[in-house]
Design a protein around this ligand. Structure first.
Ligand code: ARG
Length: 274
């Protein structure tokens, strides 16, 4: 049974502009946000997921985006491990210890990268290949090339290659907004979010690449969760539906309109645990 970690949106809010989607002009409806988050949890459970939660902390308004504070994995000979993030925004940096403690209490080995002045933003920018053969690492807006390099060094010591990808579209400031692995052979990407060489690296990495349009990507349609043959996302287009059908996935819709005001959707709200 896949295990996922989420954080309830008790203190969720838009306070400052951390990305181009955020604006104080569209205040958050916290009741609606809670309903949407509950719906996401129900859909995950209906798809066989075991839900774990971490307690929300007052004053940490983005903590609901549980994909960013840590990177987790498991490797033969090492067991379960967690790599703590160092996030760009100070309020978000304070979320990290809560997630690391949560993992430590559950016997994860903590791999501290001593990031110094570099940044690394967890599963927002670091995505496992579904067959665990490598990790895709985005940089450019949040994670820095230096952060990705330190991450890559640590993973290569464990025998896990890292494919670094340069992001160029501010509306796709995290890799999880423009690259979505669908299965061992296929991925969805928004090509406009990647530097030329990174796009070439993606084409080398996947047997089948399916393209999202700018509109689809900027509406977070590539920020879906793949589980149990379902693609859980906040919206759908006929084109994306056709791609999913071809890859054997069924779309499942969950409204995330409140969370999009903060620049996040379905995948941003979960860490899939090893
Ligand atoms: N407001 C949050 C931020 O800008 C949104 C994070 C979205 N997370 C993600 N994995 N893309 O940090």
């Amino acid at each position: 049974m896949p295990k996922v970690l989420l954080c309830p949106p008790d203190y969720f809010d838009v306070i400052d502009q951390k990305n181009p989607y955020m604006s104080r002009k569209s205040p958050v409806d916290r009741v609606k946000a809670r309903t949407q988050w509950d719906a996401l949890c129900s859909v995950l459970q209906q798809n066989g997921c075991d839900i774990e939660t971490i307690d929300p902390v007052e004053g940490l308004e983005d903590m609901v985006f549980a994909a960013n504070q840590i990177f987790v994995g498991a490797k033969d000979g090492y067991g379960k491990f967690v790599v703590p993030s160092r996030m760009v925004y100070e309020s978000r940096r304070r979320e990290v210890p809560f997630f690391v403690d949560w993992c430590r209490e559950r016997d994860y080995q903590v791999i501290d990268l001593n990031l110094g002045d570099e940044f690394l933003e967890g599963h927002g920018d670091l995505l496992w290949h579904p067959d665990a053969s490598c990790i895709f690492a985005g940089h450019g807006f949040r994670s820095t090339p230096g952060g990705v390099e330190k991450f890559s060094d640590a993973m290569s010591r464990m025998g896990i290659p890292v494919v670094a990808l340069q992001l160029v579209d501010p509306y796709c400031y995290h890799l999880d907004t423009c690259l979505r692995p669908l299965n061992h052979e296929a991925a969805l990407i928004f090509a406009g979010a990647f530097a030329t060489e990174s796009l070439a690296a993606l084409h080398r990495s996947w047997k089948r690449i399916h393209l999202l349009s700018a509109d689809e990507a900027h509406n977070f349609l590539g920020n879906g969760i793949v589980v149990n043959g379902s693609y859980i996302a906040s919206g759908m287009t006929p084109q994306l539906e056709a791609i999913l059908r071809q890859e054997g996935l069924t779309p499942v819709l969950v409204d995330t309109s409140e969370f999009k005001k903060a620049g996040g959707s379905c995948f941003c709200m979960v860490t899939i645990l090893p």
